[in-house]
Design a protein around this ligand. Structure first.
Ligand SMILES: Nc1ncnc2c1ncn2[C@@H]1O[C@H](COP(=O)(O)OP(=O)(O)OP(=O)(O)O)[C@@H](O)[C@H]1O
Ligand SMILES: [Mg+2]
Length: 254
């Protein structure tokens, strides 16, 4: 189940604070659209608007043809920067939470989530509490929670940000086929240029607040071979340098 996300001349303000300006993009069904930009430029705000948690001040925004907040909310699943697992729930109950919130029984939710545990390297940890899991395992539980919701659009807000570089590289290698297998349309916010380029079909660079799209660069999704090989190719390096230069020119040097 896939959907298109479309923004046309979108502007947003929190009162007098202008957060986003003249944002235009179209994300095709099944596409992974990366978003990078300096801290505070409006990336999370953009995901919130797409996911129906707020309204644009001006312009048009739609998810699967739905432009109202409730329609956009119905089409999207959100994976926040922090995993936000409930400490008193088991890994399995956390992973099935989105389905319970949609009105399905706890048993059904647990069954749907359990099917993914082996695939995501979590077999045997169904009953573990979040505090008993490593950071990477917690992120995978949070990802399953997003995935089993069955929503056609996934909004991933720095999904791997809380992890160290080595774990991130491993998780990127795991996330790439997991996203492909979901068939979902994905908006992926990241601070990490390499991560965005590796995982996405296209990467949009936002300016400092109010965020505007200053460039869109082709990502490496679909390139075959192990991650190390993909990210060390000449073409990947050129695009990484291009993105870093765009960010540095606008005050971001990561
Ligand atoms: N609910 C809110 N009310 C008022 N201002 C807000 C609210 N949420 C965010 N802001 C402000 O809007 C601007 C954009 O915030 P946002 O969280 O979208 O940035 P971001 O690009 O996601 O930053 P980061 O990379 O640090 O996560 C910031 O100046 C922030 O202080
Ligand atoms: Mg943010």
């Amino acid at each position: 189940m896939t959907a298109t996300v479309s923004a046309r001349d979108l502007t947003h303000s929190y009162g007098s604070l202008k957060t986003l300006a003249e944002i235009d993009f179209e994300v095709s069904p099944g596409e992974i659209f990366g978003i990078v930009g300096p801290s505070g430029c409006g990336k999370s705000t953009l995901l919130e608007l797409v996911g129906g948690l707020g309204s644009p001040t001006a312009g048009r925004l739609s998810v699967a043809g739905q432009s109202g907040n409730a329609g956009r909310l119905a089409g999207c699943a959100w994976m926040p920067q922090r995993d936000c697992l409930l400490p008193w729930y088991s890994a399995l109950d956390n992973a099935g939470l989105a389905l319970v919130n949609q009105g399905r029984s706890r048993r059904e939710a647990r069954l749907a989530a359990a099917e993914r545990f082996a695939h995501f390297g979590l077999q045997g940890f169904e009953s573990a509490r979040p505090e008993e899991l490593s950071g990477g395992m917690r992120q995978r539980v949070a990802f399953i929670r997003t995935l089993v919701s069955g929503k056609p659009v996934l909004l991933l807000d720095e999904p791997l940000a809380a992890l160290d570089a080595i774990t991130r590289a491993d998780l990127q290698e795991w996330l790439a086929p997991a996203l492909a297998g979901s068939g979902a349309t994905v908006l992926l916010v990241s601070h990490d240029v390499e991560e965005a380029l590796y995982l996405a079909d296209r990467v949009a660079v936002l300016s400092p607040r109010p965020g505007r799209i200053v460039a869109t660069v082709e990502g490496a999704r679909g390139e075959t071979g192990p991650r190390d090989q993909v990210v060390s190719s000449t073409s990947f390096n050129q695009r990484r340098q291009e993105l870093l230069a765009l960010l540095a020119a606008r005050g971001e040097n990561k």
